[in-house]
Design a protein around this ligand. Sequence first.
Ligand code: UD1
Length: 418
Amino acid sequence: MEKFEVHGGKKLKGTLEIGSSKNACLPILACSVMCNGIVKIKNCATFSDVDDMQKILEGLGAKITYNDSDVIIDLRDICSCEVDEKYTKKIRSSIFMLGPLLARLKKAVVAYPGGCNIGNRPIDLHLKGLRGLGVKIIEKHGFIYCDGSDMKSSEIYLDFPSVGATENILMASVCLEGTTTIYNCAKEPEIEDLQNFINAMGGKVHGAGSSTITIDGVKNLHSVEYKPISDRIIAGTYLIACAMTGGDVELKNVNACHNFALISKLKQSGCQIDTYRDKIHIRTNGNIHSVGHIETQPYPGYPTDLQSQFLTLMTVSDGTCVIVENLFENRFNITSELHKMGADIKLVDRMAIVKGVSELNGAKLMSSDLRGGASLVIAGLRAKGYTTIENIYHIDRGYYHIENDLTLLGADIKRIVD
Ligand code: UD1
């Protein structure tokens, strides 16, 4: 069991380059199955979730080699349509395999991913959309059996702009004859990146990033070399960490437009932020103003993946802030941990009322989800004394050695192996 030990009080200072996005790499890796050739992902993210997705591909017949941070995937011998249950349980994104496997083999079998630590996470929208394309789906004994032998292009309306459902339906449609239109799509930048990846392989997808996506079917996809976008959630986490410590940090390889909602809230809380073509510079003095109210929404609204981090920032603000979580019901799990540090947070349904306190105190904490875990690290960076955070495998799912990045910026944080 590994844990972090953080000695709070150090201001973050310096420059850091942000790597590829987990939420872009996962659907892109899944989508690579649709190519009967070789896919090279440049500067692929190296988080544990991404490793697991690569193992899923290997289980389907892909051969994977590495060249520094590039991943080279030979997909010519894809032969299985069944995703190894071991990984379905481990990473929810295994559900992304439905669309690509249906496109390549007209069949897919995936174990039901179930809920996870941040909430119930149903997949009804994925299945409804695939049924709309003519896929016959049987759900039994915890497995989803998909038969795509009668698939055809169609018009699909999503009842809610789900990121994963948009991506799955989009991928399933790429090789269908005719035109498929998906309405009320999610608009996250990672979906636009998936579109760009598919088009780089010869696909004809338009409109990603808006609420309507059209897909003109192509017969097959060719080999490609592709570099995914940078991780806006990691960038956002470090911006908030900097604000928390009163630091001065420049992030490179970032697209500020992808973090507009966060940047606007950070400015409201008193941070000075300058944005450039591929850089963000944040300067803060540690005095944090309450932003009053913040509510998670689909993109371009404030992201749920940066909610726990902002809640943590608000624990040391000069006022009261109401935070509403509209997407994942268990995102407030971290509040019991923050209480141990002296934070004043009251929960009412999907709302957290956070009253700023003058300081947090170091404590022994337990991480229970990815972004919540990173938020506890942020709390530890500000707190007086030592904070230990256990169950850090949650954090490793989406941050590659977060301690190395933070140490580079001057934090006092160590990974302890018991
Ligand atoms: C993706 C991101 C995740 C992020 C989330 C919201 C990846 C790998 N993960 O997750 O980090 O937190 O977007 O920005 O990209 N829903 C249904 N039925 C469905 C699907 C979703 O009711 O079939 C609901 C969910 O419970 C949730 C909301 O829709 O309340 C949004 O979920 P969704 O956009 O699908 O998130 P994911 O794609 O799972």
